[in-house]
Structures are given as C-alpha cells and as structure tokens.
Design a protein around this ligand. Structure first.
Ligand code: SF4
Length: 407
C-alpha cells in the first residue's frame, strides 16, 4: 500500500471550463476535440482552443488529456492520423482511448501516452496486462471496480490507475449501452447518448389473471460522491481521481474541483482526512445541481439503493450559476458576465480559487455605460462594487430557492 496523494482530474467541456477547473485546483483536465470523443453535445474544443488550453495548463505546470474514446469505423480512422499529429505538435499529455484500432493508430503516428477509457470496461488484471502489452500507460477503470480492486490491479499490472470519484453515472457497464440507439436513434458509443436511462418507463407485470402496470425511473443512477472515501483512494495508491461532467456548467466544474483540492491538500499536509472540515466539504457538494448521492461500487457492489427513482425535477441545489468575473479592478468594481439573471439585493456569493465563499455586494448594479439597472440579462456585462480577492474567471453563484435543471 502507498499513501500517495492522487492527481485530481476534472472535466473541461470547453476552453473556459478548462481554465476554470485548473484555476479551482485540478491537477489535470480532460477534454474533447471536435471529433472522435463520446460527448458530441459538449462544446468541445477547436484546434486553436486546444492549443491555447494546453499552453494555459502547462504554464501552471498542469496537464491536459484529450478524449478519443469513440468506437470508430474504418472511414473514421482515415481522418485520425492528422488529428493525432496535431495533438503531438501541441504537446498534449495523453489521449484517452477505448478502441484497439485507435490505440494502434496513435502508436503508429506519435509518442503520446495512452490512457485506456473507462468505456473499454477494464475490470481485471488479465485484461490490464493485455492493454499494457498493447502500449497503454494508464487504465481508467470501470465504475464497477472497487477502490481496493483498483489498487490490486495497479499492483499486479504495474500500470497507473484512474478511478471516477464524482459525478453522474451510467446504469450500463461504463457506457456500453444502446438504449439511446433504440429510443432516439442516437449512438451512445459514438457520442450520441440521449440520457434515455433518466426517463420514466412503464413495465407490465403479467400473470394468468391480470396485468399490473408499474411506472418507474428504474434505470437512472444516483450521482457518485467519493469525498468521504478519499483516504481509501490514497491508501490503495490510486494515481488519479476523476470528476465526471464535461457537459455540466462552469459552476459545477469549479465548485467540485475546489472541494476536492482542499480535501487533497489537507491530506498532503496532515496525512489523513479526519477533519472537521469534512462537514464543510460535504455541504459544499450540495450547493450545485446534483441527484441524490451514492458511493456506488467504490467499497461494495452498488445495489438497489443506488437508483435515483425520482423525477429529474427533484434534482437538488442550493445555488445556481449567476455570473463569471471578467475583470476585477481593486477599489473600483468587478465586471461580470451574467449567466443567469439577477437583480439588486439578490444573495450573491463570489467563489474564490482558494478559501471560503464571500458575499458579493449586489445592492447597486451598473451596465457598461455606468447606468444603474434593475435587472440583469444573461450574456450581458454588468458592474458591481469591488469585493476583496475577486479574480478573473471566479464564479459568482446565486442562492436558489427552487430545484433546477442539471446543466
Ligand atoms: S443512456 Fe444512460 S446508461 Fe446509456 S450511455 Fe447514456 S447515460 Fe449511460
């Protein structure tokens, strides 16, 4: 057993979210290009954005992994070498791959490190050793593997292991699912998941005499939350803990990265997680949109109680994203880009990159011509009085009094 502090790996569904995740404490981010990934609905990054994102991360001594985890047809493979050459030129730190054909193409065209996607459902040592012989450096193990099993696979295979610690989960074996193909004509394994497992379904239970119809959300999983198990991750030598959510908001990416960063830093300093702050970290996890939480299979196999059998509208969150700091001029004002409309007097909080959230003075809001306004509109720029510590790309959140959508 080792007690190494794991890498914190966060989602980067866009260039902005890449910067937000890193500034709020992630050691590395994973993102997709315009093709070959499994999140067709995420913003994904253009060639220029990928280049800028890698430069930004490397300046902070952090890493960027690019997702190439679609299962490809021969015609798709033809276009891959050019993209791989580009990724090598901009010095990305690894690619995340599921398809052996993609692994072969990456190896033939570059020296880029290869991480095996969770989509490949690696769950045991024999499989791990095969992937190793094919040139894989790190395994992103299936969510069905416990922390203890992951530690054992690392030890016996000699490979790095990465395990999900937070976020939404598939009810299928790590995404190997075709429900969306049948219900929506969209292929999950080529980036088109329509979240069909979140819908309400009805089932007819028949016997000789009667038919009973039951409606239920019986395929929708609760969200993973492993904050209370961080010590186990460290004890079993897990190299990287991963936060799910490339399609979620900057508020989510920044907030979750911040909580895990604080917890991991505490561990690095003290050598344990027995902290009074655990309550604060757990409370922070409730301040953004999420389904009910579960530890899924991190310790024992996930059972019936890992199903989120409520409507999507039952998602809970204490805060919604209100704005993002564009510029902070000390002693004068903070320039904000509005995400969700707010009015003077709303309960706004600034989330600094380090340390607790601070109240943001929103009594007087000005537009960019310095005219006082009664209500903000999404995407516009507004000014509020300066609050100490505000920095570009800080998130501003607003107290929410109602359940909202997840994204
Ligand atoms: S429909 Fe649900 S189970 Fe299937 S791939 Fe999408 S999220 Fe996973």
């Amino acid at each position: 057993m080792t007690n190494k502090t794991p890498e914190l790996l966060a989602p980067a569904g866009s260039l902005e979210k890449l910067k937000v995740s890193l500034l709020y404490g992630a050691d590395a981010v994973y993102c997709g290009g315009q093709k070959f990934g499994l999140r067709a609905a995420a913003d994904n990054l253009t060639y220029d954005e990928l280049r800028e994102g890698v430069e930004f991360a490397h300046q902070l001594d952090k890493k960027v992994y690019v997702v190439l985890n679609s299962f490809l047809h021969d015609s798709d493979l033809e276009q891959l070498p050019e993209f791989i050459s580009f990724l090598e030129e901009i010095q990305i730190d690894a690619v995340i791959v599921s398809d052996p054909g993609v692994i072969k193409t990456v190896k033939e065209n570059s020296q880029i490190d290869i991480h095996l996607s969770t989509q490949a459902s690696c769950l045991n040592t024999h499989a791990a050793k095969i992937w190793k012989s094919w040139g894989v450096k790190r395994l992103i193990l299936g969510r069905e593997v416990s922390i203890e099993e992951a530690g054992a696979i690392k030890k016996s295979s000699g490979l790095e292991v990465e395990l999900f610690i937070h976020g939404s989960m598939c009810m299928a074996y790590s995404g190997n699912c075709v429900i969306s193909n049948y219900t929506q004509g969209r292929d999950s394994n080529r980036g088109g998941c329509a979240h069909s497992c979140r819908f309400e379904y009805s089932v007819d239970f028949k016997n000789w005499e009667s038919v009973e119809t039951r409606k239920a959300y019986f395929m929708s999983s609760k969200d993973l939350n492993g904050i209370a198990l961080l010590e186990e991750f460290a004890r079993h030598g897990i190299d990287s803990v991963k936060i799910e959510g490339r399609m979620k908001s900057s508020l989510y990416a920044g907030s979750v990265s911040k909580v895990y960063r604080e917890a991991l830093d505490y561990y690095k300093e003290k050598g344990h997680f027995y902290s009074e702050q655990m309550k604060d970290w757990e409370a922070e996890m409730n301040k953004f949109s999420h389904r009910a939480y579960t530890e899924a299979s991190l310790v024992e196999k996930a059972g019936e109680d890992s199903i989120f059998d409520e409507r999507q509208s039952a998602l809970s969150q204490d805060y919604v994203s209100a704005a993002e700091v564009v510029e902070a001029i000390e002693g004068e004002h903070i320039l904000l880009q509005v995400r969700k409309a707010f009015v003077p007097g709303d309960e706004l909080e600034l989330l600094p990159f380090r340390g607790p959230a601070v109240k943001l003075n929103s009594e007087k809001i000005l537009d960019i011509s310095n005219q006082e306004i009664e209500k903000t509109r999404p995407t516009t720029l507004v000014k509020v009085p300066y609050t100490k510590g505000a920095q570009e790309l800080n998130i501003v959140r607003k107290k929410s009094y109602a359940a909202n959508n997840l994204l």
